[in-house]
Design a protein around this ligand. Structure first.
Ligand code: UD1
Length: 365
């Protein structure tokens, strides 16, 4: 059988979690048909947003770092495209594999396709139907030029069929983020803050916010944080802060007594906190998948989600972006009536193996 050369692209924090098991599956595949190269676009560059994930998840050092961090949406996308095109021309491959929905995903898919290289998209087909999110634009564009679609849910496949994608190009394989979660669950690591604040299981909240719709307006961010701080029964709210959120909070000097801002945590530390928390409040998508599998109540501060299974099957509820709704959900939590979730089908820790098996079977060349 011919060897298949793959280029795996990762750029931002959630990408690293999704590619780790795919690399494991390639390395552990005894047929050795697939060889890979790992390209880091450099979209996330802080040690805490990038290196710590490579170290903890045992991801090999990238073969190339394009160092394309920072800038506006267009600047970042353009920088990544120019740098990735040079790299692909110099070192052509049979398949470019992109994951998720960040700018790096879309930028590299476009470059590959224009160089007539096949594209595989892991986490294809999910849709928030909210075109104001940069991620939704990235999803639609990436999926419009992808050749092989690896999906996390039946619904994602249906969204692709609506776009006219043929059934035989869609592979419902499950969720690689959960492969990583299952593999590392027993290795979650107590963060320093645990002893400093004398935290106790189920006795604190975890909060993450980074979406422009929640954090770019200082007045609404202040209101959101106030409602959470004042309705959390005085429990500590641990808030690992993304660089963009940190900037606005310090610019406007936003403070509440039980709101504890800390630097972004590593993967193992963050999930240690999540796994013992009373509830996670977030505007992330990936975290709603992790809380669903861990069985931790999750409240999403968005008006929509591209991951409806975390609500229909899992522990997640959508509170919207208007802070007035938060109070109602916290009441349900404190009354002990938060719903119990289940794990969605095929989120079983074996998704990356399935992806590699399929890539070996399809005729890429
Ligand atoms: C990106 C993804 C988002 C994902 C999030 C996870 C896009 C469009 N968005 O958003 O889907 O949920 O990552 O964290 O790709 N910055 C730093 N240090 C870093 C990284 C970023 O200071 O290591 C700064 C950037 O310079 C920029 C801001 O943070 O000012 C935002 O970074 P950017 O990569 O543009 O998007 P994210 O908000 O991180």
């Amino acid at each position: 059988m011919n060897k298949i050369k793959i280029c795996i692209v990762a750029g931002a924090r959630p990408n690293f979690i999704k590619i780790a098991p795919i690399i494991d599956a390639i390395v552990n595949d005894s047929s050795k048909i697939i060889t890979y190269k790992l390209i880091h676009t450099g979209q996330h560059y802080d040690k805490k947003m990038s290196n710590s994930f490579f170290e903890e998840l045992g991801i090999p050092d990238p073969d190339i770092n394009l160092n394309c961090g920072g800038g506006s949406q267009a600047e970042q996308t353009a920088k990544i495209m120019v740098a990735f095109e040079k790299e692909l021309i110099l070192n052509p491959v049979d398949l470019v594999l992109v994951v998720g929905d960040v700018n790096s995903t879309m930028a590299c898919a476009i470059v590959a396709k224009k160089l007539m290289i096949k594209v595989a998209h892991v986490e294809a087909g999910i849709r928030s139907n909210d075109i104001t999110m940069p991620e939704e634009i990235n999803r639609i564009i990436t999926d419009s030029i992808t050749d092989y679609f690896f999906t996390t849910s039946v619904e994602a496949g249906e969204n692709l069929k609506v776009m006219g994608i043929k059934n035989e190009k869609i592979f419902f394989v499950g969720n690689t983020m959960i492969d990583t979660l299952n593999k590392f669950k027993l290795k979650f690591k107590k963060p320093e803050i645990w002893d400093i604040l004398k935290l106790k299981s189920q006795n604190y909240f975890v909060l993450t916010l980074h979406r422009p719709s929640n954090v770019d307006e200082n007045i609404s961010l202040n209101k959101t944080l106030e409602v959470i701080a004042k309705n959390s029964n005085n429990l500590p709210v641990i808030f690992p802060t993304h660089p963009r959120t940190k900037k606005i909070i310090s610019d406007y000097n936003i403070k509440f007594e039980n709101l504890i801002m800390i630097d972004p945590l590593s993967y193992l530390e963050f999930n240690y906190l999540v796994n013992k928390s009373k509830m996670v409040i977030t505007d992330s998508g990936g975290i709603t998948e992790e809380t669903t599998v861990l069985g931790i109540p999750c409240l999403t501060l968005r008006d929509n989600t591209e991951r409806p299974e975390t609500i229909n099957i899992g522990t997640n509820e959508l509170a919207g972006t208007d802070p007035v709704n938060i109070k109602k959900y916290l009441k349900i939590l404190f009354s002990g009536n938060w719903k119990k979730g289940k794990t969605p089908f095929l989120w079983d820790g074996k998704t990356a193996e399935r992806i590699i098996k399929i890539i070996k079977q399809i005729k890429i060349k």
